[in-house]
Design a protein. Structure first.
Length: 441
């Protein structure tokens, strides 16, 4: 059986207990800290809930919308800060202020064309990365369990949604546009996405999620977490059953890169056998669920206007077309918000992968500052290297993740916040074992 993961590599020399207030008994102090830990978990679960079930909603702000789940996350972070739940990590704090300086410099050098709101959103989203929880015990485990249950709800609804469209008006199953005023729904998302351009049927989006690709991504993360913490369970089977109904490849990419190593690490031979059986069954019954619509995604890399090309390749085209002609632009970028502005000028569709957006807008200097900050927050003293690696793969492949508040809250809760204060950290790599000691079935 695997030994429990330690959140830091070094143990205190002397036993430590809860901090005592004046006149407080040790039992009272322990009870107080238990109540505080429960409060922290509940607050972070609220942010998780908003990032999943409220992600389609926004509040109007001029010509754009502010994501409702971002507002909830910021309120939760402020509330926890006021309760004294955080400590500042000095290394990440210093790196963040260097990043803020470089971002502001890029804005100043592109004054008149750059977007102040884009820069503000960048700093607002990454400011919480300087914090760690003062008492992280139990937070990660509780939030993982909550996340798995929330995604399970989406998985069940996603399968039901996919099946139900064959018996009723399908459009109403996939979008809230006939229920919620459009000004309170985030624009420019392909929520109701047909299987093919002329198909009357739609890819499942888990009912609450923004797009089928988002459904695929959350299912992939849930599969990795389920195997790491709980092994081969009935929930795992439901996640796998729901995954092909999204007909999306981004979640599959995460699983392709990480799942084989997680299975071998967990010695999850039962899960390997079950997935092989499900795979064979899926191939045999492919005609019933339009498997060709999913398998055809592999050929998208050969098409200039495909989703795969827009997500993974077009960013390099955009950089070559607009950035490389000026040494100043290469060094400092074209300024916050410039990627979206220039993407409108080209005849091909170009999504904004994090690596391309940070380079395009903030140049080599911005990239040289941002990535060490982000990777330090993600991996240094991480509760689990597996989770950090899963988040990094998602961050690089899901598309549009640089300023996406949905993935950011997962990174915060699973990788950044549940760490010991910097005073008790050392420079050893993060542990790779999950916190759960339950063996895979």
């Amino acid at each position: 059986m695997m030994s429990p993961l330690r959140l830091d590599a070094s143990e205190p020399v002397f036993p430590t207990g809860p901090a005592l207030s004046f006149g407080e008994e040790p039992e009272q102090a322990a009870s107080r800290e238990t109540a505080e830990a429960a409060f922290v978990r509940r607050c972070l679960m609220v942010a998780l809930f908003a990032s999943i079930f409220l992600q389609r909603f926004g509040l109007p702000a001029g010509d754009d919308s502010i994501a409702l789940n971002l507002i909830v996350t910021l309120v939760v972070m402020l509330l926890l800060a006021l309760r004294g739940a955080f400590v500042l990590d000095p290394v990440r704090t210093a790196m963040f202020f260097v990043l803020a300086t470089v971002v502001s410099l890029s804005l100043a050098m592109n004054a008149g064309a750059a977007s102040v709101p884009s820069m503000a959103l960048m700093l607002i989203i990454y400011a919480p990365f300087i914090f760690s929880l003062r008492s992280p015990e139990g937070v990660l485990e509780g939030c993982v369990r909550a996340f798995q249950k929330m995604v399970l709800v989406c998985a069940v609804l996603g399968v039901a949604q996919y099946v139900a469209q064959f018996f009723m008006n399908s459009a109403d199953l996939f979008t809230f546009s006939n229920i919620v005023p459009k000004e309170f729904l985030l624009p420019n998302f392909n929520t109701a996405n047909p299987l093919t351009w002329d198909s009357p049927y739609f890819k499942s989006n888990g009912f609450f999620l923004l797009e089928p690709s988002t459904f695929s991504q959350y299912l992939a993360i849930a599969i990795i977490l389920e195997l790491l913490f709980f092994g081969a369970t009935w929930r795992l089977l439901l996640y796998f059953i729901a995954l092909p109904t999204s007909y999306s490849g981004t979640g599959l990419i995460l699983l392709l890169f990480l799942l084989p190593w997680v299975l071998l690490h967990r010695r999850a031979y039962g899960a390997i056998a079950a997935m092989a059986a499900v795979g064979v069954l899926a191939l045999v019954t492919g005609g019933l669920w339009n498997a060709d619509a999913l398998l055809n995604r592999i050929n998208e890399f050969g098409s200039d206007n495909s989703s795969a090309t827009a997500r993974f390749i077009a960013g390099a085209w955009l950089i070559g077309q607009f950035l490389l002609s000026s040494a100043q632009d290469v060094l400092f970028g074209l300024g916050p918000g410039s990627y979206a502005q220039h993407a409108k000028l080209v005849p091909y569709e170009a999504h904004d992968p994090a690596w391309a957006k940070i380079l395009f807008e903030y140049g080599l200097l911005g990239s040289a500052v941002f990535w060490p900050f982000f990777l330090t927050a993600l991996f240094r003293a991480s509760p689990s290297g597996w989770i950090s690696t899963a988040m990094l793969i998602g961050y690089m492949t899901f598309g549009g993740m640089l300023l996406d508040p949905r993935l950011q809250i997962l990174i915060l809760i699973f990788c950044v916040l549940p760490k010991r204060p910097a005073a008790v950290q050392d420079s050893t790599p993060p542990g790779w074992a999950p916190l759960s000691t339950r063996p895979a079935l």
